[in-house]
Each structure stands twice: as C-alpha cells, then as structure tokens.
Write a protein that binds this ligand. Structure first.
Ligand code: PMP
Length: 450
C-alpha cells in the first residue's frame, strides 16, 4: 500500500527541511534528504512514487517492521488514556514493559532503568559502574560505537569520536577480536580469541585493574562492522572482569531484541553481563526509548542510597506502551525465530553466493538479520574500497554502489567500505530474496572499482 504520489508536497517538505532542520552527522549545505511519505512492513516510499525495500531498518531499529498495527494501536490507545507522567510514579505500562524486558534479559538483570535512547543508556551504565566500584576508568574497543553524548562518544572507538574527543579522561581503548583485519595478525578464530584476551589482560595489567570501573563491549559490534566475536571471547572477558572486580557492560542497543536471531546477542554465548544497555529494537523506535538492565548486586547498592541520575522522560508512557506491544507481538508472531531462520536459510547462503561472483566482496559476516559485506579493491590485499578511516569523506566507489542500490529500489545501510544487510526481523523470505537480487545488481557497480 502506498499513498498517491504527490511530488509538489514532497518538494515543499524538503524545502522547509532545508530551511530549518539541522541534520545529524552532516555538512548541512551538502545534503539532499529524501522526503518520506509513508512506510509499511519492510518498505517505505517517497512523494514521487518510489518505493524502497528497507535493508537498513532505518538506523537498524525497526526490528518489527514499519507501522506494525498492534504497536500503532497500543500507542493510540495509550495516547487517549495517559500521555505523560513523571518518572517517580508507578504506571501500568512502565511496570509491564520493565517486567517483559527483565523476563528476557540474561541472568539476574531484573531491574530496568529507562532512558530515551541508546547514548543515555550508556551514560547511565557507566555512571552506575563508577558508583558501584568507586573507580573511574572505563575500557572500550576501538571498533565500536556507543552513542554521541559526552561519555558515550568518548567511549566510541571509531573515527566519529575524533572531533568530540576532548574529555576522554578515564577512557582507555583496546582492540577487540576481528579476524578479517586482525590487530594481532592471527590466522584462525582460536588464535584471534586467545590473542585478543591476552591483549586485554595486558592492557588491564598496565592500566592497573584496581582503577578500572568497567569494560564496555558491543556484544556484536554493529556500526563498526558487524564483527561476530569468536567462541570463548565474551566468556574470557567475563572471567577477567570477575577476577578484578570490574563491571562488565554489554551494549546491546543495536544487537538486542531479535536482531541476531535471539532476544539478546549474549544468548548465543551464554554470557551474562552486570549491566546491559538496550534501545532501538525494544520498541522498534516507534517512540524514543532505551534503558539499562541492572544486575541484582548493582541494583542492591542503591537500596539505601539514592541513585544520583534521572531523566524527565524516563519510562515515558507512550514509549513503554509501544515496548509492551512490540515485545508481545514479537513473542506471539515468532519474529525472533523468523530473524534466525532468514539469516540461516536465506541471507547467509545468499550473501556468500554473491561474494563468490563479485570480486568487490572481501568478506561476509553476521548472523540473524545482522550482516555486513566488506567491499574491497583487491581481495588479496583486502584494500578497502575507501581509504581506511575515511569517515565523512566523499568516497566515490561507495557512493556509486549506494546510488545503484537506491536506483534499483533497495535502501542500504552503508558505512565506510561496508554495506550492512539489516532488514527488519519480520522480513519475509521473498523480500529477503528480492533484496539479494537488487544487491547483486548494485555490486556490479562496486566491481567496476576492483
Ligand atoms: N550503542 C550502540 C551499540 C549503538 O548502535 C547506538 C546507535 N547506533 C548507540 C549506542 C546510541 O544510541 P542512540 O543513537 O539511541 O543514542
């Protein structure tokens, strides 16, 4: 279902946008944002009658697809009943959302602190870890993204940190495992795992483990390249944290709520962190929501002393109502299982088959509906299709690839030399196959640069 094309309305929306909206991560004078008229399921469309298969899930958040009728109805119902109430009150939808989340998070992460998004969740997790340990340092990996607020951007390891890196006191970066571009020159996953753990142990030894409050990791690093950790890595980090009394924070803002084919990515490895941050998929971003799931031990530390942090919109009723409806619909409709099956049966084999035929594809990795294709000039040298660390620079071959995708009706998620294949968890087999066929065409544009 699409609305009737109305190019004049689209032009007016865009003109007002260009006059008054200041966009994230953009040179304001160089952008040409698409005016979106509507969306449903795995598709959205513009005012000119162009429809796009959403292989980005926007910013990897519409896990339940666009305009899921149960979630839309729940928001409408809640809006008619109670739009807003301060965080200090008990409210049915907030209690229920917290219960449904706590039921699904691993281990004893049974108390939920709500925020408005992922970065605020990271800020609060770090604050909790510092208060809990009385220590200040926090370790995070170079290939990571944790958000764009003050502490979160400094924890972020990828080059988006650079322009804002003015207050990184207490933040120490280290290398996580990534076999394709191994920082440890490893040749097997086992070697990579072992060397990455040794590197972290060495980093701790030289930082002084008694000064380290927390280690924060994305369970499967997302924006930095969807790097599935080798078996044993997360358990090894858990062990190091336990040995030194360090709080282990897993950031599941992107990987959580079905994206990897499990409710949480940590479930793949049976690892329980002390704090788990979430956002995006918790309600597919229909209303801004994020949070921290807190272990019994850390929560108990605030039984007799106040937690010194809060937000006006913590546990906002519209956001919580949409989370309740999202989680219930995901459970009733088998949406997490769908993500797992599509990954195993369609996307994994389909992307590997594309890699065989397209010389520009250097690596395929992922799980569930969380995949990355790494595009290279030369498979042997693994030279990326853009200068490495080219954040923010125009990169002609990747721009050509992106344009080819959009022209064919596929909306990709492109970052540096990678395209991430991240459709909604609700994507059907037919839609996933349609996306693979469109990617096949667009990769020919990338092959021209090999
Ligand atoms: N952590 C991770 C792993 C993320 O992927 C993101 C967003 N891409 C964030 C934190 C920040 O979330 P938000 O943009 O909602 O602040």
């Amino acid at each position: 279902m699409s609305t009737q094309p109305d190019p004049a309305a689209g032009a007016a929306v865009k003109a007002t946008d260009r006059a008054h909206v200041f966009h994230s991560w953009s040179a304001q004078g160089l952008i040409d944002p698409l005016a979106v008229a509507g969306a449903e399921g795995s598709y959205f469309w513009d005012y000119d009658g162009n429809r796009y298969l959403d292989f980005s899930s926007q910013l990897v958040n519409t896990n339940i697809g666009h305009q899921h009728p149960k979630v839309v109805a729940a928001i409408q119902e809640q809006a008619g009943r109670l739009c807003t109430v301060a965080p200090g009150f008990a409210v049915d939808v907030r209690s229920e959302a917290a219960r449904l989340i706590a039921e699904r998070t691993p281990g004893d992460l049974d108390k939920i602190f709500f925020t408005s998004g992922g970065a605020e969740a990271v800020e609060n997790a770090v604050r909790m870890a510092r208060l809990h340990t009385g220590r200040s340092k926090v370790l995070s990996t170079y290939r990571s993204y944790h958000g764009a607020t003050a502490a979160a951007i400094n924890l972020t390891g990828d080059p988006r940190r650079w322009p804002s890196d003015t207050a990184s006191a207490g933040v120490v970066h280290f290398w996580g495992p990534f076999l394709y571009r191994s920082p440890f020159h490893a040749e097997t996953e086992e070697q990579e795992c072992e060397r990455a753990l040794r590197h972290l142990a060495d980093t701790l030894a030289f930082e002084g483990p008694q000064s380290v409050a927390a280690i924060i990791l994305e369970t499967v690093p997302g924006t930095a390249g969807i790097m599935v950790p080798p078996a044993g890595y997360l358990a090894g980090v858990r062990e190091l944290c336990d040995r030194h009394g360090i709080v282990f924070i897993l950031d599941e803002v992107m990987a959580g709520f079905g994206r990897t084919g499990r409710w949480f990515a940590a479930d793949h490895w049976g690892v329980t962190p002390d704090l788990l941050t979430f956002a995006k998929g918790v309600n597919s971003g229909y209303v801004p929501l994020g949070g921290v799931a807190i272990s019994a031990e850390i929560a108990a530390g605030f039984d007799r002393r106040p937690y010194p942090g809060g937000l006006t919109y913590s546990g906002h009723p519209l956001a919580c109502a949409s989370a309740v409806a999202t989680i219930e619909a995901m459970a009733e409709e088998g949406i997490v299982e769908n993500a797992a099956r599509i990954g195993e049966d369609v996307l994994g084999p389909g992307l590997r088959e594309l890699a065989e035929r397209h010389p520009s594809v250097g690596d395929v990795r992922g799980l569930g509906v969380f995949w990355a294709l790494e595009l290279v000039r030369d498979r042997a040298t693994r030279e990326p299709l853009v200068p490495y660390n080219a954040a923010g620079e125009a990169a002609a071959p990747m721009a050509a690839f992106t344009a080819a995708c959009k022209k064919s009706g596929l909306w990709p998620f492109v970052n540096m030399n990678r395209t991430h294949v991240v459709p909604p968890c609700t994507v059907s087999e037919a839609e996933a196959k349609e996306g693979l066929a469109l990617l096949d065409e667009a990769l020919t544009a990338a092959d021209a640069h090999t």
